[in-house]
Design a protein around this ligand. Sequence first.
Ligand code: ATP
Ligand code: MG
Ligand code: MG
Length: 550
Amino acid sequence: SEERSLNFLEEIIEEDIRNGKNDGRVHTRFPPEPNGYLHIGHAKSICLNFGLAQKYNGQTNLRFDDTNPEKEETEYVESIKEDVKWLGFEWQNELYASDYFSQLYDFAVMLIRKGKAYVDDSTPDQIAEQKGTPTEPGTPSPWRDRSVEENLLLFAEMRDGKYQDGEKVLRAKIDLASPNMHMRDPIMYRIRHAHHHRTGDAWCIYPMYDFAHGQSDSIEKITHSVCTLEFIPHRALYDWFIEELEIFPSRQYEFARLNMTYTVMSKRRLLQLVNEGFVNGWDDPRMPTISALRRRGYTSASIRDFCDRIGVAKRENIIDVSLLEFCVREDLNKTAWRRMAVLDPLKLVITNYPEDQEEIFVGENNPEAEDGEGSREIPFSRELWIEREDFMENPTKKYFRLGPGLMVRLKHAYIIKCDDFVKNEQGDITEVHCSYIPESKSGNDTSAIKVKGTIHWVSTRHAAQVEVRLYDRLFKVEDPGAEGRDFREYVNPESLQVIPSAYIEPDLASAVPGKGYQFIRKGYFTLDKESAPGQLVFNRTVTLKDTWAK
Ligand code: ATP
Ligand code: MG
Ligand code: MG
């Protein structure tokens, strides 16, 4: 990639290395909660965390932040691992916050012993009340001054299942007058009699994010714990726990989360789109999830490139989704194999080409690659499918395709001249009749005829019929998730267009999912996972040019 200046995290890390902090070691982590599929925002975090470690010869842990038993599932764990691997990264250790439940419990006991944590019987509403407001200090809970012995006993009883959900919590005893609301005796543990995807029913108390995350970082000796800006006010608490527990001093750094136009990007909202039937699952190709982008034909290289180009910001911003589309176009232009497919078929008959004759033309797979990456055979015969839009009954002046008397080149084949056409009773054109110029064969053209247009085609006798799915933006407005909006009201009803019968050249019958194809003049496509032998489905990844009306 091109030379660029250091981002602020690289500057911090280089400074730390110069100062010999952590013996120059760089250890990051990517900490997803397994409560949904990863989206393009997570890709940003993955590329950042793994990228920093790669750049400074460090390591990255994959840590599942699984402290909310009700929302977490093994299905999500599996999909997250698959997505990180597909993006091209290898983690050092596969870890789970739930593996630390015993240790976190012991940490909590240590804080109780130091007089820095207490069991509170207040209700959630009372606790909210006790916190005060940003301008007014909080008020102590009546249980704030319980003795260490009583707290130890009650906390053990909480763990042992003696109390119902919500009956008691464990709170840190910090500062009810702190200007930082997170420091006003935050909750460390709550009671949840819920089944956990890994620990089963072993626990009925679960640590809060703030008591789990920093301690997990510390246990793993993470040096640079990178998270998004909304965690800035949590940092004081992150540091407080580490200092009070006298454990490895991991440090938290914050960057701006990725937001993208025409998209919503929180797992909660994406789950709503799935559950309420706006899309057909987490990997519906219109979704911003990694699995959807993969299914749609995005390459991992294009997503990494995108994450690199948007850089690392310290302030919230919103990235134009066209940049993501630009990145995949750039990559597919270099890697996709060229093929011919007709999406809106119209029959073309070459009247001077014998009925029983066939020819095989040879087309390079990838003209952008130095060696062309091999070639494929393209059969030709008297009857072809062409795009309906490549014929006009009354062509306009600059129309360089087919119309009465007009000539055009058939890609990889001959120059043809349009002599006639057939209309049905409804006035629709059903056939175009042409004659071909035998001396104009591609690569061996002695006809001296110059034509301005080249069109794609497939031989009707050899073509396979397939379904093609074209996608538009899932939302009609740039910022469907803006405050005061219900994003569901802005779903684009035309985001999916299904073409039930398009025709492909025969070589495409052996397409595989994930391989990118440029359907000449039509865009980039890949085979969808819902394909079956003889019933192929192609997704359009992206158009050839940015056709979005601004
Ligand atoms: P969501 O709101 O989508 O559920 P989250 O932050 O709760 O997001 P996590 O599973 O906790 O999801 O995220 C794992 C990591 O990915 C965190 O470090 C988080 O900060 C980061 N991350 C999540 N969303 C984005 C985003 N849009 N841009 C950059 N990083 C993100
Ligand atoms: Mg979340
Ligand atoms: Mg989170």
